[in-house]
Design a protein around this ligand. Sequence first.
Ligand code: SAM
Ligand code: SF4
Length: 325
Amino acid sequence: MTSRTDKYGRIIDYMRVSIIDRCNLRCRYCMPTDIQWLPPGEILALEEIAEICRQAARAGIRKIKITGGEPLIRKGCIELIHMIKAIPGIEQVTLTTNGVLLAQYAGQLYDEGIDAVNVSLDTLDREKYKEITGFDALSDVLNGIAEIEKYKIPLKINVVPQRGVNDGDCLNLVELARHRAIDVRFIEMMPIGHGKQFTSISNQELLQKIQERYGQVEDEKKVHGNGPASYCHIPGFLGSIGFISAIHGKFCSSCNRIRLTSTGQIKPCLCYEDHISLKEALRSGSKDQVYQLLLSAIQKKPAQHCFDQDQAMITEKKEMAQIGG
Ligand code: SAM
Ligand code: SF4
């Protein structure tokens, strides 16, 4: 099986797969409290998702990230991971979760051979966690993280800094990497859905704060995952600190991904509403057509996003939870 390059010469080998639009949290930059859920029939069945992953493997996809909404609230999430792990050509299956149900599922994720888990966590302060996510669930998330560590599953914590909300917590989150093999990554807020209401804090600003506290950090060249994060190492720390600087450090020239929504749309780029629907081809039983549509989605990837330009150019109207991040 060959890898695919798009028309800009980028190798597209990574697909983020949203398996549900619903969530058990309401992070204020991601999911409005009055969000309308999709009718169940709109959402792909697990076997349909697995079939798209099989065709994606034919099209050159090697790594799959399971996302949502919150993937662990979807019944059958573990079975789906099992199915995707069995697909020839798929080299890595990882999960991104808010961690609330992680303690319950860590053992099963380990048994299925999950390759890594990302946990989204914006603060270590219980009250602030409640304020950001709408739920008093910080201790569940921390228990989930501890379980993942127990199984020695590679673990990253994803933090979205929000000015005036959790910017003061970022250095406390950095501390998680001191004695533990956890990478802590900061993701610049993107102007998608409710994220538009927040001003993005640049990772450069954050790095400066980190250097003020810890002194000069070392750039790391080691590749940590599938994504665009750049990493640094604080002397004496076990884990690394990562930066995903979608706004202030555009990385489109090395973009390697497509996204599958829970309703079966393939998105070539996060920023634009353009998509290709696979559902009709899938439900008519035409696997080859699904494969061809995946190839055309790869070829339709634009050169770059426009998050750093006029917001009117951003045509995507969905919330991040409906896309999968
Ligand atoms: N519920 C899972 C979780 O929270 O990890 C998976 C879905 S969530 C949409 C995936 C990631 O997108 C999370 O790390 C979340 O913080 C991030 N996210 C949501 N809205 C965002 C925005 N506007 N800008 C940047 N990241 C965002
Ligand atoms: Fe749910 Fe994840 Fe969005 Fe938070 S970031 S509301 S946990 S989907």
